[in-house]
Design a protein around this ligand. Structure first.
Ligand SMILES: *Cc1c(COP(=O)(O)O)cnc(C)c1O
Length: 369
């Protein structure tokens, strides 16, 4: 039986009529840029996340970029971030002329290690970007402790619905950035993103920056950009927002089932993801660590089982960052993770039979070894 890594058609099928109706509504209105759909989505998502302000933007990358712009990041500044994350987290720093300062990650949860962050803070540090990687919240309390007055920008792209203590991520640091790329926990029908903050002044500035820094009619207090969320995306996301909690619950249930199945199979070679106490994992990806990862991935592909590597190359070894002066061996935890990680299917509509198939295939691989 083939098992896809992700099958969005299964999510769409039961929502089809509802989503087509709201898209029709936007088409009938012919208001495609910002407007009431975006405003309603911003209100509803701020409420869902328990945060004061939510600003819809064009992508998760734009959310990170505009948040850094609002924090005043520019040439000569340094921004601390994990070396093991999606490229965008670092790309936005470099685009603003600032220097990405990489830090190795925790070997168990793949998030920033507060003690190592502390050693990298200088007078030039303008922001710290914890990434809630794969849907696991970073150690925000400890990071806030070492950050002092340096603002924390949460990269929540993979972590919609993730809790940290009694709050949702995106409302823990100074500002949060979400992505609605279709494969994320809350995914649109194209690109989209959201910036969250409890700070009304920062929110106001981000709203201006999203519209070319416009402060009045054709008056520009700042140089911003076009970072707007489309009304069509907002309309689709409003429908999906009503279901995202049950999808997150489905991912968690699937993660629990994997834990049971792997334990039953006695597959000690497979290191399962850890969920930190008080920092609820949402399993945007279910990432295991395995020896002979590339061989296993090819073996699964032959059986039609989807699996993916997030990420094969750490940021300090990316060709575009060669000029930063890092070299192989600088971040051993991340480098080892890049050799061992493998994401297995975990989407909410995945069936128990499909999960059994995945685990049985991995058992076959190790049994045949
Ligand atoms: C997806 C992602 C982004 C970028 O989001 P886009 O919407 O694709 O621009 C940023 N950071 C992380 C960790 C991501 O996974």
């Amino acid at each position: 039986m083939a098992v896809p890594l992700l099958d969005l058609k299964r999510q769409y099928a039961p929502l089809r009529e509802e989503i087509r109706a709201v898209m029709d509504r936007v088409c009938d209105e012919q208001r495609f840029i910002l407007g009431p759909e975006v405003e309603a989505f911003e209100r509803e998502s701020a409420e869902a996340l328990g945060v004061g302000h939510a600003i819809g933007v064009g992508s998760g990358t734009d959310a990170l970029l505009v948040a850094l712009m609002a924090l005043g990041v520019g040439p000569g500044d340094e921004v601390i971030l994990p070396v093991f994350t999606f490229f965008a987290t670092a790309g936005v720093v470099a685009r603003l002329g600032a220097r990405p300062v990489f830090v190795d990650v925790d070997p168990e949860d793949f998030c920033l290690r507060p003690a190592e962050v502390a050693g990298q803070i200088t007078a030039c540090t303008k922001a710290i970007v914890p990434v809630h990687l794969f849907g696991q919240a970073a150690a925000m309390d400890e990071l806030a402790g070492v950050a002092g007055s340096v603002p924390l920008l949460e990269d929540c792209a993979q972590a919609w619905g993730c809790t940290h203590g009694d709050r949702m991520v995106g409302g823990v640091g100074r500002v949060g950035a979400f992505s609605f790329f279709p494969s994320k926990n809350l995914g649109g029908f194209g690109d989209g993103g959201l910036v969250t903050t409890d700070d009304p002044e920062l929110a106001g500035l981000i709203r201006q920056l999203r519209m070319h820094g416009q402060s009045g009619v054709y008056e520009h207090a700042h140089v911003g950009g076009n970072f707007r969320l489309d009304a069509l995306q907002a309309a689709v996301l409003r429908v999906k927002l009503r279901h995202v909690d049950s999808w997150v619950a489905g991912r968690r249930a699937n993660a629990e089932r994997y834990a049971r199945l792997f334990a039953e199979a006695g597959l000690e070679q497979v290191v399962l993801p850890v969920a930190r106490e008080g920092r609820g994992h949402t399993y945007n990806q279910y990432v295991v660590r395995v020896p002979r990862r590339d061989e296993l991935r090819a073996f699964l592909a032959e059986r039609g089982i989807g699996a993916a590597v997030y990420y094969p190359l750490p940021l300090h070894l990316q060709p575009c960052f060669a000029g930063l002066g890092y070299s192989e061996g600088d971040f051993p935890v991340a480098e080892q993770a890049c050799r061992e990680v493998l994401a297995l299917p975990v989407f909410p509509e995945l069936t128990a039979e499909e999960q059994e198939e995945v685990v049985a295939a991995i058992a076959d691989f190790h049994g045949a070894a």
